[in-house]
Design a protein around this ligand. Structure first.
Ligand code: PXP
Length: 240
């Protein structure tokens, strides 16, 4: 058993489905197979443009999954209402820009702050665990605590890019380490995600204090060659 939990993001199963407007491959089937293969939670990002997961996926996965569902949403009125209705056990609030290919950075916690605080309060009252997706920066970690979040998810995109390009990643790793340490000190549960591969997840798993990884793109891509079951097991081996 790994000490660090693995959240499997299945958005890109829906991306492949949507590329043809078909009903397959099924995100629900992927969610249930991820569960069977040892995932600790399943993550889906309901985007404003519904480019991958849609509300029917959310409804079906929420009703069938036994492990926690982690719903990623932007802090908007529409997403707040959907999350209040569906009551996922875990919610991660992320920034969202229409033109971006993926979630490019952490939240700006100053932007529409009172609305963000209101979203967090309402979702917490609705019994969802709230995580904020932030840059590895101590100010944002402290601010997440002020906003009464339960968890922070540290955006690891820059760190992963440096590793992929075989560049020096030591400074970025140090930033992540400092952010994790402060999060733990403030009693926030610390997660990490974005761009993670076997290699980058393994390096980060050596940092004490990260409780959960959320991994999608590389994991789903690798599953084409090895299958979801073997890929999840290999990730779990790498982060234990
Ligand atoms: N965590 C968060 C908050 C994300 O927005 C994403 C991307 O949707 C991920 C983790 C997973 O990133 P990747 O697909 O690059 O593994």
């Amino acid at each position: 058993m790994s000490k660090i939990r693995l959240g499997v993001n299945i958005d890109h199963v829906a991306t492949v489905r949507n590329a043809r407007g078909e009903s397959y491959p099924s995100p629900l089937r992927a969610a249930l197979l991820a569960q069977k293969s040892g995932a600790d939670s399943v993550t889906i990002h309901l985007r404003e443009d519904r480019r991958h997961i849609n509300e029917l996926d959310l409804k079906q996965i929420k009703s069938k999954l036994k492990i926690p569902l982690n719903l990623e949403i932007a802090a908007t009125k529409e997403m707040l209402n959907i999350a209040l209705k569906r009551k996922p056990p875990f919610i991660c609030i992320v920034p969202e820009k229409r033109q971006e290919i993926t979630t490019e950075g952490g939240l700006n916690l100053k932007y529409r702050r009172s609305f963000l605080k209101n979203v967090i309060d309402k979702l917490k009252k609705n019994n969802s665990r709230i995580s904020l997706f932030v840059e590895p920066n101590v100010h944002d970690i402290a601010d997440a605590k002020n906003l009464n979040a339960d968890c922070v998810e540290i955006h690891t995109g820059k760190f992963c890019n440096l590793i992929n390009k075989k560049k020096n990643y030591k400074n970025e790793l140090l930033k992540i380490q400092k952010a994790v340490d402060l999060g733990n000190k403030l009693d926030l549960e610390v997660h990490a995600g974005h761009g993670l591969t076997y290699k980058s997840a393994k390096i980060l798993s050596k940092i004490k204090g990260i409780k959960e990884f959320n991994i999608g793109h590389f994991l789903i891509g690798e599953s084409i060659f090895s299958g979801l079951n073997r890929t999840i097991k290999e990730f779990k081996r790498n982060i234990k």
